[in-house]
Design a binder for this molecule. Sequence first.
Ligand code: FAD
Length: 468
Amino acid sequence: GSADAQYDVLVLGAGPGGYSAAFRAADLGLKVVLVERYATLGGVCLNVGCIPSKALLHTAAVLEEAQSLASHGISFGEPRIDLDAVRAYKDGVVAKLTGGLAGMARARKVTVVTGIGQFVDPHHLSVQDAQGKKQTIKFASAIIAAGSQSVKLPFLPDDSRVVDSTGALLLSSIPKKMLIVGGGIIGLEMGTVYSALGSRLDVVEMQSGLMQGADRDLVKVWEKMNAKRFDHVMLDTKTVGADARGDGIWVTFEGKNAPKEAQRYDLVLQAVGRVPNGSKIGADKAGVAVGERGFIQVDKQMRTNVPHIYAIGDIIGQPMLAHKAVHEGHVAAEVIAGQKSFFDARVIPSVAYTDPEVAWVGLTEDEARKEGIAVEKGLFPWAASGRAIANGRDEGFTKLLFDAESHRILGGAIVGPHAGDLISEVVLAIEMGADAVDIGKTIHPHPTLGESIGMAAEVAEGSCTDLP
Ligand code: FAD
């Protein structure tokens, strides 16, 4: 039985899903233990994901923007890059946030146990710390938030010049020539950082386009603006082998755009996706069903097949995004506390924090076409935005899709600097069931990039007034 459990809730894994669940459960009066194998809280996102990558992307963006000032009449000398200091800035950002989480856990009286957790039965988890010491924790309910890790290609050699995103974030050196294996968001974000610091890039992608899932019109703008970074963009092509030699990693390719000869790289980043940690937590001992690929299935209240055990975040499936994990964490905690919460988000936004940023939410134009959904489109090119022109960055656009009959908003796509910040308004509009008039008649401050959302809605309504 669970009546004599030490904790009301055990949370396994302290990423965005896990810490959000633990904090919400504690706020609702439950006694909570948070088990994490790493010394710091925050999981992949804070330690080796979202946050350190954005710290470096900020450095990269400011550097490139400073260089672009030449066309505004201001020029600087060659940048002097102190890589130790670049790293220190990034590490400082991470430390501030993980330290903040530790303080929040203390303030809420959440017990943090450091070590690797494994279920031993449906009400016990054993935790082994770095010294090999074991303890067993008894819980009434559990939330599995053990996350995911990057996929390793078996034919890539075990060599310090072959890295995953975690290795790339270490920024050990600036390679002259870098290969990105996998043209998704994570690979392209890291490529942006290295390119700004001086690396030449190649990218190889098995599928026929970069940033799968994004509206193709967005990607076209991104490709045009980023062409200068790449020697080769190899679509419909895969890496089939690699050889670590003294002078570099020699990689061979196969497919539509494969070079005939092996190519030499100073650094190879593998960014071909992430696999859930579901098969490594002793889930079977607790009776929790784990799918073949390591994902755990849950219902809309985040419950697994074992009613008192919940799962959230990357471990339950796509999209593997921090903001999804956070909301799922809140639902799981609230359900355990007896609330009638459900995960019923209409949409989950995606953002590539590249330059320009690429952000999209809800229905894309490609999907509308494929599924035969009749849409009304509102496209506002930033070439008509006073603010974008003043910023010297008018390559972007804002596109909104509305249901042709009800005029309700179904999706949004934005490419341009700050697209990731701008997309939130579209997400809110979708959640609120706004129609084109609602958005078009909302007064947006002028001159801002956010105006482009109001204007796109007016374009869809056929009432655009051409505000410069
Ligand atoms: P995780 O963050 O993976 O945390 C799981 C935790 O569980 C880890 O700390 C792990 O150590 C711990 N754990 C696992 N097994 C055990 C065990 N047996 N015992 C004890 N502890 C265990 N998402 C975004 O939304 N925006 C971004 O900009 C973004 N950028 C990213 C950049 C990179 C380079 C990467 C790799 C990912 C990025 N992501 C981004 C994805 C994001 O990091 C994940 O979606 C998010 O971290 C998932 O949260 P989670 O709580 O499910 O799990």
